[in-house]
Design a protein around this ligand. Structure first.
Ligand code: OMD
Ligand code: FE2
Length: 453
C-alpha cells in the first residue's frame, strides 16, 4: 500500500494506484488496512516487537467468549497505547446529554408529541456541548435501551477527543456536513447518509460545512446488525456492500489535548500530550461504518394492503427476546405506491414499541403538514396515533393510480422500552402544543347504514 497525506495532516492508506479509496465496503467484514507499508503484522497479532516501533492493542466490542458469528474485535497498531494519559479522570458536566434512567418527575411522557426543528441559533457548539437529549429508555448501567438526541454543531473539536463506553452511536445528519476523525480512519458524513460509531471507539468531530444538525440514536444494548430478510431472500433492503468502513489514517502530533469519556451516564476528562488518532494499521471486524440511505432498496406491497413498517428496517439491535428489538432503525423513503382498494398511508394504531420519528427531508405521508425536516415526533408505548385528518381524507378519496412518493425521507427509532422525555424536550425544544388537534376534526361517519362512506 502507498501512503498519501490527508488534508488534515493524516497519513492514510491508499490503493495500489495511489488514489485514496477512503473506505472499504462491507458490513461486519474482517478488514485489514495499513497507512504505512508493513505496519500490520501478518499471520499473528502480538509479535515480540511490532514494525515501526508500534504498540499492539486490542479493542473488543463483544465478550471474548461471544459466539463466533457475533464476536467482534479489532487489533490496532499505534504510536502509543491508549492507556498513556497524564491525569486522573475528572468529572465534568454536559448538562444536556442525559442517560437512562432519567425520569423527570415534572415531565409527562405519556402522549403524542411533535417538535419543530430545534433552531440552529447558538454558536460555539461542538459534538459534545451541542448534544441535546430528547428521550431516554431502559438503563445505561444494565446495557439495555437507548437515548435519542438532536445534535447542533457549529464548531470543530480542537485537540479534543471523545469516546462513549456506554453506547454505540447511530448518527443521522439532517443539515450540514461533519467529519469523524476516528482511531480507525476518517468518515465524512452528509444528510442522506448514516454512520455507526462503535462503543469505545475514540474520535474527534470536525465541521466540514456548518451549521450542522441531525439525530443520534445512542444504543446502550447489543450492537446494530442487519435484519434477517426471511422470505425476501438474499437481496434488497440494506445490502452489506453498501456499508463502508474507513481505511487506516493516523496523525503523529504532539499537542496538549483532552479526552472526554462517557461512562455509566457520566462524563469524565483526562489530559494527554498527543493526538490519540495514532493507529497506523488495524485489522478486525469492530469498526465504524457509514451507509448511504439512498442505496436502501425498499420492498413493499404490490397488490393490496399496507404492510407493517418492519419491512423498512435498515438496522436492528436485538434485545435478547427473539424478534423484539432493543432498537429498530426504520427508513421511510421514496417509493412507489401501487396498492389497489387500499388506504395507503399508515393505519391507525397503538403499538407496544415506542416510536420516535425524525424527518430528514420532504413530506411524510401520514402527516403532510406539521412534521417538517429537522422535526421529530414521539408516539410512546401503546399511545394511539395515525394519519392526521388531511391525510385520512386525502387517502380515503384518492383515485388509486400508481403513485410515486417522491422527495421524502423520514426515519423511526423504535424501541421495546418506553421513552421518557427530558426537561429539554418538554420545556426548551419547540414542542407543538397543538399537535393532538391534527386528529380532532376526524368526525364520526358511521350512521348505522351499510356501504362505504
Ligand atoms: O406511526 C408512524 O407513522 C410509523 C408507522 C408507519 C407505518 O407505515 C405503519 C406503522 C407505523 O407505526
Ligand atoms: Fe406508529
Amino acid at each position: 500500500m502507498n501512503k498519501q497525506a490527508h488534508p488534515h495532516s493524516f497519513t492514510q492508506a491508499t490503493n495500489a494506484e495511489g488514489t485514496t479509496p477512503g473506505y472499504m465496503p462491507g458490513f461486519g467484514n474482517d478488514f485489514e488496512t495499513e497507512a504505512l507499508p508493513g505496519a500490520l503484522p501478518q499471520g499473528m497479532n502480538s509479535p515480540q516487537k511490532c514494525n515501526y516501533g508500534l504498540y499492539g492493542e486490542q479493542l473488543s466490542g463483544t465478550a471474548f467468549t461471544a459466539p463466533s458469528h457475533q464476536n467482534e474485535r479489532t487489533w490496532c497498531y499505534r504510536i502509543r497505547p491508549s492507556v498513556k494519559h497524564s491525569h486522573r479522570y475528572e468529572k465534568i458536566d454536559l448538562p444536556y446529554w442525559k442517560s437512562a434512567p432519567h425520569v423527570d418527575p415534572d415531565v409527562i411522557s405519556l402522549g403524542q408529541y411533535r417538535w419543530d426543528p430545534v433552531p440552529m441559533g447558538e454558536q460555539g457548539l461542538t459534538w459534545l456541548t451541542g448534544m441535546r437529549t430528547m428521550t431516554t429508555a431502559g438503563d445505561v448501567n444494565t446495557q439495555v435501551g437507548m437515548a435519542s438526541h438532536i445534535y447542533l454543531v457549529t464548531e470543530s473539536m480542537v485537540d479534543s477527543y471523545f469516546f462513549s463506553a456506554d453506547s454505540e452511536l447511530l448518527v443521522v445528519p439532517q443539515e450540514g456536513r461533519l467529519r469523524f476523525c476516528t482511531e480507525l480512519g476518517i468518515i465524512d458524513l452528509a444528510p442522506q447518509e448514516i454512520a455507526i460509531l462503535p462503543r469505545g471507539l475514540l474520535y474527534r468531530v470536525e465541521v466540514l460545512e456548518g451549521p450542522c444538525r441531525g439525530f443520534v440514536c445512542e444504543n446502550y444494548g447489543q450492537k446494530f446488525e442487519l435484519p434477517g430478510r426471511g422470505p425476501i431472500g438474499a437481496n434488497c433492503m440494506a445490502n452489506r456492500r453498501d456499508f463502508k468502513s474507513p481505511v487506516a489514517a493516523f496523525e503523529d502530533r504532539e499537542a496538549p489535548s483532552t479526552v472526554t469519556i462517557k461512562w455509566c451516564g457520566q462524563f469524565h476528562e483526562t489530559k494527554i500530550g498527543h493526538s490519540p488518532l495514532d493507529v497506523v494499521a488495524w485489522h478486525g471486524n469492530y469498526a465504524p461504518v457509514k451507509y448511504d440511505l439512498t442505496t436502501y432498496c425498499p420492498v413493499g406491497s404490490i397488490l393490496f394492503d399496507h404492510p407493517d413498517p418492519s419491512i423498512f428496517t435498515v438496522l436492528t439491535a436485538p434485545s435478547g427476546v427473539p424478534g423484539t428489538a432493543n432498537i429498530d432503525f426504520v427508513l421511510f423513503r421514496e417509493r412507489w405506491m401501487v396498492m389497489e382498494d387500499t388506504f395507503r398511508p399508515p393505519w391507525y394504531h397503538k403499538n407496544i414499541m415506542s416510536e420516535l420519528m425524525g424527518n430528514i427531508y420532504g413530506q411524510y405521508d401520514a402527516k403532510p403538514q406539521g412534521f417538517i425536516p429537522g422535526g421529530m415526533s414521539l408516539h410512546n408505548m401503546m399511545i394511539p396515533h395515525g394519519p392526521d385528518k388531511n391525510a385520512f381524507e386525502g387517502a380515503s378519496n384518492a383515485d388509486l393510480q400508481p403513485e410515486k412518493l417522491d422527495n421524502t425521507m423520514s426515519f423511526m427509532f423504535e424501541t421495546r422500552f418506553p421513552q421518557h422525555l427530558t426537561g429539554f424536550a418538554a420545556n426548551e425544544a419547540p414542542l407543538q402544543d397543538d399537535y393532538i388537534d391534527c386528529w380532532s376534526d376526524l368526525e364520526k361517519k358511521f350512521d348505522g347504514t351499510p356501504g362505504k362512506k
